[in-house]
Design a protein around this ligand. Sequence first.
Ligand SMILES: Cc1ncc(COP(=O)(O)O)c(C=O)c1O
Length: 407
Amino acid sequence: MTYGREEQLWIPESDLDGMSVDTLAVRAGQIRTGQLEHSDAIFPTSSFVYGSAAQAAARFGGEEPGNIYSRFTNPTVQAFEGRIAAMEGGEKAVATASGMAAVLSTCMALLKAGDHVICSRGVFGTTNVLFQKYMAKFGVETTFVSLTDMEQWQAAVRPETRMLFIETPSNPLCDVADLAALSALAHANDALFVVDNCFCTPVLQRPLEHGADLVVHSATKYLDGQGRCVGGVVVGPAKYLDEIYGFIRSAGPTMSPFNAWVFQKGLETLPIRMRAHCANALELARWLEQHPEVEKVFYAGLESHPQHELAKRQQDGFGGVVSFQVKGGREQAWRFIDATRMISITANLGDVKTTITHPATTTHGRLAPEDKAKAGITENLIRLSVGIEAIDDLKTDLDRGFQALKD
Ligand SMILES: Cc1ncc(COP(=O)(O)O)c(C=O)c1O
């Protein structure tokens, strides 16, 4: 006798067709075992066994699909990949050991010596170092341009340009790129358009819908949301993902099953967390903007932001990162940061706990002074990754910083 759903160990992708990102965050990609567990299982195993030598040979020879070794595939990692791919609207995803491993693996798999990359200047400092120092060693040259100046992008294109790489909104100044315009430029020149979607997550922005070829993430940030694990992921069509998977399988920057499980659980609450981050960040940005000790606030949710209208069109919210300049220089910025008591002084972002950092001496500290200046990373700049604490308590803690500026 059958009861209807007992054979259904997982929800077929087609049953979720057309469902919203909120639903996909909770339901997509789960791989249920014969135990019929409700929550996702975790498979902390480095290798998998076979019923016979012949089956082992068939697996290794590629005649039979299935797991072999966790540097190649692991069910927990695959569950996370399935869920984030569904949320981003991509055909496939490959998880990596960190966000930087996602960027590196994309470049190693899809670029070769002699290729040229155009990258936005405001990218995460280590991404800049990866292109400028390491990819250059292997003959891949990178030109850095302003994220928002299309003329600079056009002028930088060469016959050998094979990739346009951006983060939008940018870190830490929240500049917003025109995804459709950059995708058109990339494709007119036979180049790939890669978007680091770390700040928005698929809840607020799905770059593949706007013409991006690939999305990369530092899962370490909002996808986890509670600052527990380091990880990354690349999402996009199989024709590129199969190449990237091939590199990861050979080079080894694989995501661990434990981390994949944490990220999988993190995704379940991502939509409601992102809405809470956005609401708190907008309120704080407005509050900071009218503060007499503040020189400038950088947040795309403010009507005063130069790409406010574009952000409204392209995103479903403005994100949780707010940056601002205090009046003065490094001394005032450090005094402000040191006077806060609850907010964590840490360079990580995307956590439910609010964090505060001084980009010029932390995340962007390795940039040459002229690159820092071009990227707008001034000494009086402070970045907040706004968490989900009560807004009045955040204001109380930040007021300690303002008080210290007056003393
Ligand atoms: C926008 C962005 N991309 C990539 C990275 C790198 O990610 P990970 O630290 O997970 O390697 C970071 C890290 O802060 C980031 O902020």
